[in-house]
Design a protein around this ligand. Sequence first.
Ligand code: GCU
Length: 678
Amino acid sequence: AEDGYKMWLRYAPIPTSTLLQQYRRQITGIIIYGNSPTLRAAREELNTALPAMLQSPIPEIKTLRNGALIASPLSSLPSALKSIAIKEVQQLDSTGYLLLSTTANGKQITLITAKDDIGVLYGVFALLRKIQTQQNILQLKEWSSPKIKLRLLNHWDNLNRYVERGYAGISIWNWHTLPSYIDQRYIDYARFNASIGINGTVLNNVNANATVLTSEWLLKVAAIANTLRPYGIKVFLSARFSAPIEIGHLSTADPLNDSVRAWWQQKAKEIYQLIPDFGGFLVKANSEGQPGPQSYHRTHADGANLLADALAPYGGIVMWRAFVYDPKATDRFKQAYEEFTPLDGSFHSNVMVQVKNGPIDFQPREPFSPLLGAMPKTPLLPEFQLTQEYLGQGTHLVYMSPLFREVLQSDTYSNGPHSTVAAIADGSLLHHQLTAIAGVSNIGNERNWTGHPFGQANWYAFGRLAWDHSLSSENIGKEWIQQTFGCNQATDTILSMMMGSRETLVNYMTPLGLHHIMGNGHHYGPAPWSNHAPRADWDPVYYHRADSNGIGFDRTATGSGALLQYQPAVQQLYADSNKCEDKFLLWFHHVSWQHRMHSGRTLWQELCFKYNEGVMGVRHMQQQWNNIKQYINQEQFHQVSQLLALQEQEAVWWRDACLSYFSTISRLAIPVGMEQPA
Ligand code: GCU
């Protein structure tokens, strides 16, 4: 069915062509040595995909012949094959794969091999990706290992299936029917994730409910873990810090209290009896009302170490979130850095600190968080948000790979030049062994998983970049398009829509470094005028600081000083309002409405120009989409057309609301020739 359920694993028939003939010659039968659950998953995937794409039966065979496709770990291969592959496989890490076209016993064969079964499964998906994107597979010699060890989705799914900031239906985890009933969706979820290398998932919301840690619920968690395990995916849980009180009936959750320590140790033991490869805990503590160690005058490190010590005997880890901010702080931007940098060196070795990509909260554009690079003794993992909380939620087409890449490629200079966020995440900068990256999931129970069909691309891109952050957004986008919509003449147009979409959104929502000017609570739609939130740091006026002189948040030494949290080389990029890139200007400077921009326009004119550019960008996407109607199936075409129409209305809404409001403050008119607010 073309309802989007199959996402990028559609395995559509390859059209009749010389390429199809080549594939049919190249793959005539399958041999898999070994029969583990992971290899069975690999076999099943090949058996589903190959006959569908090649439209001919591809039987399992016993002996080598021309066109044999062999998928097995190196150790199970017959010695003749082993010797062909051994040199390359030795260069792989334990989960990487090798694809090799070669001859053995005089037969032309294709070999997928690896150190472990999971590498074989990754190799199978890599080969299927090549066929789906209609690439030549004649002379394969390709090996790949993931750059980052833990590639995680974070579900913000509550136990009642309401997904916090979720725009794709309710949670896919049906706790009611677990553990007895295994929904096919769980298996397909595992396949999609394995196909892009995701190898861990946190099942429940960071605003955690301790119930998930009760014995009854752990059985449900174990059932999910059993389902995902063959696909190389480990299960993690968000742990509520006060669980010893809520479900353990203790009077305290003080991390230095002996009964509390014993409770967590016992809980860890119970979990590992059910789930021997349980990944560990993710914790949001002392943030937005969540309980934490500070309630007992202990530090984040005391709290993290308590849980880490309980998990350590079994190899589990703690991912302790640095997302903290205090209503009394002078600049929310600064707080995670201020609270966490003094703790560097005091976390136990199985603790990672999880840092949101930017200092505020998943805005359409943020500079990288100054905490990234500022805790050299602690392994840090960047957290991205796939669900589009601040990026149009369920209705806007935004391809986020350029956002992820912008952050990953940012140079923190924390250990000299080339200290990129990516080099922090993959451990290469400071030689950390624990490496990870997290994406807040955009998945729900809608037929097509992500609600907006293009939301799938963000899930896809996150996985691909987590595996290899050097891939380009263009290549990832192209792969996704061809697998999702087929290989046809629409590819370039869809790619062009996607590649411009994030900048377009920034332009109609928060150009020139504006941020956090959306409506309070729901975070949907513009509200730059709001100043009545329960906390000042939830108010848009706190962030844009527009007055009769100008606009923007002075975070230089003359202002909040947040800029000083960065290395001098980064400070230099932003410190001078005349040199600072336009896109970050209002993040760091309060500048006059007459400030001269790099374009030659004044700030006010530029602001109007950018908001209009944003609206025009959406209209351009609409035209582009209309131009490729013939290549897209009707249902999907109609779905995206309607969403784009909604996006256009909302882009106009953002532009008109923001410019109308700011013009009352600047007392300047929208320049003649630009569309005027309705
Ligand atoms: C944002 C979001 C919350 C979420 C929080 C977090 O503030 O709006 O819903 O709980 O981030 O990351 O913990």
